[in-house]
Design a protein around this ligand. Structure first.
Ligand code: MSP
Length: 504
């Protein structure tokens, strides 16, 4: 049986159209899912939309639409974004789907059964934008610590005994030091929990757009309890005997943005412990993008539209730039000039040029045929074995969500391969030593094949084109070191990464 890997993104609020933040988490998760699939894992990759709660309900009202009609429409924009990003989820989940509502209610019943829910009344601050309750002491200048406006709520509400889970959570963090990453974020969470946990309001009565509380339909479930449960629904919960549940739960990785770490690293494990279910293995929080140095916000009108960028530069380039520009976990600044520079330097000049000059030379000067060689020189063996090491480094980096290290390891090999071409000069060997020329080209084709397999998770369409030009049709790491056969023919190459003209 293949090893399994279950990875999730947050499910996105359908209050507005998709922006760079949504694209970022989804692309990062897709790179990891694709790598794991190619590496022989049975992968479950879940993403989708978070469709209940006051924020979505208000957006529907503002649009003058019935909430269900509104969420159907907006959720579709998110679903349609997946192929545009070249992202390959195994399920796109929606919290308004019947199986999810059933799962959320089952979760509620489990919490009732464990004695973790009681009826009370909430009076305190709430931010609709964050869908979060805040204590008076957390407010900064009358606003949420995130800068979101807050409103005063007073309403009957069910509470979850979060306070009871403070010690078990701290013990869990201590026994599972890799549960929260990066480490700096882990420390923040531990500090927060050590500071004491208050019971959490988990139902609302002042609006009705949500999953009904079983047995008390005046209440709808708090949107975060509903939403977090999607990770279970996605693998067949509440049927915990289902094959998919047994196979994939607990999740290997919840990938989230830093702003929603508390929900995933505190509330979620507490709900799961109370429900008697296993906890996910890891929660990784990535940083936030600014746009040309400025915080991204609708009011500033500087929201980055992923579709516009992809229209202009292509999905591969967009995916690469998002992963390359920042160390995964840190904040990053997006700029068009930075993006264009990366495309030209790393994709067109370094990678594209390597592939194009080698393949077009073979196509034009050697009738498109690569001859196998059994006389490899030390430098040939070295460059090939460096790629084997790169696969190990990439595997290790993926295990730790160090996506920038994935790029570093691969691009070092690309630079080395260009240096190898310059040093071996196949164009001069053509007259001087045609046998050696064939060996060099053979090595280079095998190098390019390995490179394209390594770049596949990040640059799926270009890598596929390169592999098909080399007549390689299996895109898995099992075949990574397999050398090409004798007299292997290649297709006519064309440049996969065109240079972008300088802006005038
Ligand atoms: N619906 C909740 C998640 C529920 S998961 C059970 C939610 N949705 S969201 O649509 O508001 O946010 C989705 C993600 O986008 C978050 O992970 C958030 O960190 C990310 N980003 C939003 N703006 C961002 C940037 N400017 N930069 C990077 N990511 C950002 O939260």
């Amino acid at each position: 049986m293949n090893p399994t890997y279950y990875i999730t993104t947050p499910i996105y609020y359908v209050n507005d159209k998709p922006h760079i933040g949504h694209a970022y988490t989804t692309i990062a998760a897709d790179v990891m899912a694709r790598f794991k699939r190619m590496d022989g894992y049975d992968v479950m990759f879940l993403t989708g939309t978070d469709e209940h709660g006051q924020k979505v309900s208000k957006s529907a009202e503002n649009a003058g639409l019935d909430p269900q009609v509104f969420v159907d429409k907006v959720s579709k924009n998110f679903k349609d974004l997946m192929p545009i990003l070249n992202v390959t989820p195994d399920r796109f989940i929606r919290t308004t789907e019947a199986d999810h509502k059933k799962a959320a209610q089952d979760m509620w019943n489990r919490l009732i059964a464990s004695g973790d829910i009681y009826l009370g009344s909430y009076s305190g601050w709430y931010s609709v934008r964050d869908e979060a309750f805040y204590a008076e002491s957390e407010l900064v200048d009358g606003k949420a610590p995130t800068g979101a406006p807050v409103e005063w709520l007073e309403e009957p509400s069910y509470f979850f005994r979060l306070s009871k889970w403070q010690e078990p959570l701290l013990t869990f963090y201590e026994q599972n030091p890799d549960f929260i990453a990066p480490v700096s974020r882990r420390n923040e969470v531990v500090k927060f929990v050590e500071g004491g946990l208050m019971d959490l309001s988990i139902s609302r009565t002042s609006f009705n757009w949500g999953v009904k509380v079983p047995g008390d339909e005046k209440h709808v479930m708090y949107v975060w309890l509903d939403a977090l449960t999607n990770y279970l629904t996605g693998v067949g919960f509440p049927d915990i005997k289902a094959d998919s549940y047994k196979k994939f739960w607990p999740a290997d990785l919840h990938l989230v943005g830093k702003d929603i770490l508390r929900f995933h690293a505190v509330y979620w494990p507490a709900f799961l412990m109370a429900a008697g279910l296993e906890l996910p293995k890891r929660v990784f929080a990535h940083g936030w993008w600014t746009n040309e140095g400025q915080k991204i916000s609708k009011s500033l009108g500087n929201v980055i539209d992923p579709i516009e960028l992809i229209d202009q530069y292509g999905a591969d380039a967009f995916r690469y730039v998002l992963l390359r520009e920042v160390s995964f976990g840190n904040d990053g600044d997006f700029s068009i000039s930075g993006m264009r520079n990366r495309i030209n330097a790393d994709l067109a000049n370094a990678y594209g040029n390597l592939v194009q000059r080698v393949l077009s030379f073979i196509y034009k000067q050697c009738d498109g045929v690569i001859y196998a060689s059994d006389q490899l020189a030390p430098q040939d063996k070295l460059i090939l074995s460096n790629l084997e090491n790169a696969l190990k480094d990439v595997r290790e980096a993926i295990e730790h969500q160090a996506l920038h290290k994935v790029c570093d390891a691969i691009w070092q090999c690309i630079y080395d391969a260009n240096a190898y071409v310059d040093a071996e000069k196949p164009w001069s060997l053509r007259k001087e030593n045609p046998e050696r020329m064939k060996d060099v080209l053979y090595v280079l084709c095998n190098v390019i094949k390995r490179l394209a397999l390594l770049t596949f998770p990040i640059l799926p369409s270009a890598s596929k084109t390169i592999l098909l030009q080399l007549s390689v049709t299996k895109f898995v790491y099992e075949n990574f070191t397999e050398m090409m056969p004798e007299k292997h023919s290649i297709e006519e190459p064309y440049p996969v990464f065109p240079r972008i003209a300088e802006e005038v």
